[in-house]
Write a protein that binds this ligand. Structure first.
Ligand code: KG4
Ligand code: ZN
Length: 337
């Protein structure tokens, strides 16, 4: 049995996996950040400290095991908020030391990258993976559990950040993605035309900061005093469509160029209903399969960390006896194989 721990941002999560079967996946979300309009790092790490023991205990109870059944521990060590990462990794180190079991450090984005394989064991390499969250927007060509290439990334804001910033301009709450998604369901996606930056630039990079600026100017010009409530769904649907169009076009183009049969999407924004619908439709048109994990595997969760750790342990069991790994807040390097 493997116990996995994830605490890189504002979710404290613990999961238990037996072979590749998820026996439990407990996620405790720090909802109080919404009143600050974004995640406050210092408050996030304190909240992880308060909840981590209970979350791990619940993961063991749900899986109906006790701690002596654990034969390995996995933990997210990068990237993320440094204080939050330290809480999870120190807890994991202490536990591993006490139980005398190996510990597997896992990269958070790599966890998202393979969550399509966790969801559907028939996913075959190579595949293209779009990882879209509040902190990351990158497209990957994935060759195996050890080899992948970053085809492109955002040059500025992540797609989730664009959703969150636009939601703030519209006076909605935080996180903005789910609120925009929900309001957009009653709106017209062609009501307003917002920029699709870098759509035809020939690269697999993205840019979303211009979209937020364009929405701000549009609001200042068209609704200088107050945004009428009845207009909100149309604005939300139009912004969501602008983001979706770029994500779908670049992902499909990469799948065609690299002749892959499967696309996976992951990260918080992959929960977006329009993105799922449009990506799936375009994929079908090109004879490509889209795999989108269920919501609990899309958002930050320990099951995806445990799943990748199992693969790593199976391949190189002797590598994970040390406790001297470090946590890092840095994002992915530009290219890695
Ligand atoms: O992966 P995640 O839980 O955390 C990290 O950023 O690592 O992603 C959170 C992001 C937020 O920006 C949130 O607004 C966005 O995912 N999000 C969505 C939806 N659900 C969450 N964006 C668009 N549509 C959604 N349904
Ligand atoms: Zn994430």
């Amino acid at each position: 049995m493997l116990l996995a721990i994830e605490s890189s941002c504002d979710e404290t999560s613990a999961a238990v996996l037996d072979s590749s079967l998820v026996l439990s996946n407990i996620i405790s979300s720090q909802l109080f950040h919404s009143k600050h309009g974004g995640v406050i790092p210092e408050l996030a790490s304190r909240a992880h400290l308060l909840s981590i023991s209970a979350v791990v205990r619940e993961a063991l109870e749900t899986a109906k095991i006790n701690e002596n059944d654990i034969d390995a521990i996995a933990v997210t060590t990068e990237p993320g908020l440094i204080g939050s990462l330290l809480v999870g990794s120190n807890f994991a180190k202490g536990f591993a030391l006490r139980l005398g079991v190996p510990i597997v450090p896992v990269h958070h984005i790599e966890g998202h990258l393979y969550s399509g394989c966790l969801e559907d064991s028939s996913v075959e390499f190579p595949f293209v993976a779009l990882v879209v969250s509040g902190g990351h927007t990158s497209l990957f060509l994935v060759q195996s559990y050890r080899e992948y290439e970053v085809l492109g990334s955002t040059r500025d804001d992540a797609a989730g950040e664009a959703f969150d910033k636009v939601a703030k301009l519209l006076g909605l709450g935080y996180p903005g993605g789910p609120l925009i998604d929900s309001l957009a369901k009653q709106g017209n996606p062609n009501a307003y035309i917002f920029p699709r930056s870098m759509l035809h630039d020939g690269t697999y990079n993205f840019s979303f900061s211009g979209l937020k600026t364009s929405v701000r100017y549009f609001l200042q010009k068209t609704f200088p005093n107050e945004i009428p409530d009845e207009i909100l769904p149309d604005i939300c649907a139009s912004v969501q469509q602008a983001i979706t169009d770029v994500l779908v076009a670049k992902t499909i183009r990469s799948a065609i160029e690299f002749k892959v049969k499967t696309i996976t999407i992951a990260g918080g924004v992959s929960a977006n209903s329009r993105l799922r619908q449009d990506m799936n439709q375009k994929a079908i048109e090109h004879g490509i399969r889209m795999v989108a994990p269920r919501m609990t595997y899309c958002l930050d969760n320990a099951a995806m960390i445990g799943f990748l750790a199992k693969k790593k342990l199976a391949e190189y069991p002797q590598e994970y006896s040390k406790l001297d790994f470090k946590v890092r807040s840095a994002a992915l390097r530009a290219k890695r194989t």
